[in-house]
Design a protein around this ligand. Sequence first.
Ligand code: NAD
Length: 441
Amino acid sequence: MKIAVVGTGYVGLVTGVSLSEIGHTVTCIDIDLEKVEKMQKGISPIYEPGLSEMMSKNIEESRLYFTTNHTEGFNNAQVIYIAVGTPENKDGSANLNFVKQVALDIATNIEKDTIVVTKSTVPVGTNTIIKEILHKNLRNDVKVSVVSNPEFLKEGSAIYDSFNGDRIVIGTESKEAGDTLEEINRPFGVPVFRTDVKSAEMIKYASNAFLATKISFINEISNICDRLNANVEDVAKGMGLDKRIGDQFLQAGIGYGGSCFPKDTKALIQIAGNVHYDFELLKGVVNVNKKQQGLIIDKLLERMPDIKGKKISVLGLAFKPNTDDMREAASIVVTNRLIEEGAEVTAYDPIAVKNAKHILSSEITYSDNIKEAVEGSDATLILTEWNDIKSIDLSLFSTMNYPLVIDGRNCFALDEMRKHKVEYHSVGRPVVSEELSGVLN
Ligand SMILES: NC(=O)c1ccc[n+]([C@@H]2O[C@H](COP(=O)([O-])OP(=O)(O)OC[C@H]3O[C@@H](n4cnc5c(N)ncnc54)[C@H](O)[C@@H]3O)[C@@H](O)[C@H]2O)c1
């Protein structure tokens, strides 16, 4: 198949590369010239395990191309995927400007019958709008079918997920277009679920809202565990053994971030509101998450009420491990607050520093070495559970000015921490401390 993919973010690039890997000829189109020039040379603009290698291989084997030119990219494409961003509007709704622009670009450029596939996460009813834009602006003799094919990849394991996903959802009113999409995806060997367009659009939002609910739920439980001196990790394990509950997405921490859950939960509240339904449960999920992101600062200030001039090291900046994505990362809320309170912040992240520098306060000092970041500090905050952070030699904390460690991701086993001279606060687990020395100032 000859395929075009519009938008080369985390979804578009991974989609394009994966489709080329299973044998299709794919042209990826993006309006960002700098990005396209990089990709033409085989350089991935994002960090995603395995992506660069697969990208270079398929470029070499002449199955993968990149361009900024929509006319060139759409030339002879039998199927066009829309994978541009749908960021959040001020009122929480999804901004569809990029998607609508692509629909117009497609309509004014294609000269042959085409299947248009929406991969971007879009509110229920958007594919109908896309269809209207296409039909209004297409040449009379050209026909298009529209398919909703939401994406479920997880950043940090996106390539793996393409080949090992739980399901591929195909929503369309055209049996023929649905069959073609199923055929395109067959080599992935992932189960396909077919439905109508609106239900497919809703499956994506409902799935993300449910996962976000699990996270906020366990975080609420962790806050109660904190007060009762119970261990949320054991609670989650005990819950997860029940197959009806499952053990995934029950890790307590400082809340969800990233480019999907925060915006998709708010968008679903809006989607419900548009049909006069008050999605109370999801509003609670969003509020709990907001509160949870500030938890680590609350814990720090409880132990050290005045952090003005204090040296605070921050380990991990990306919204989760194995990605350089800083969108809606807890580190934004946390470091802003630290700087506001007058702390001297040294931050470490193995991959996300380049992106972090564009988003976080310019007053932050960055270190490319965990040891250097931690040594001599008055407190260490852990915000992302990167493997290299989880595997540090715990005796490093004894090189701090005072060994106060506040871990927002429960990176270390309590028994291990007990072997070291450290005051260790985590999420929903008992505090580890040999000698609590009162309020620190
Ligand atoms: N990131 C994820 O983990 C994830 C997972 C599932 C679904 N989604 C959804 O997929 C969509 C894309 O997400 P993303 O994170 O890849 O976005 P992104 O913001 O990382 O990338 C979007 C890309 O589209 C390009 N673009 C914008 N307008 C264009 C146009 N007219 N023509 C060509 N290119 C254009 C931008 O330059 C950018 O490179 C969103 O709707 C998102 O909600 C994302």
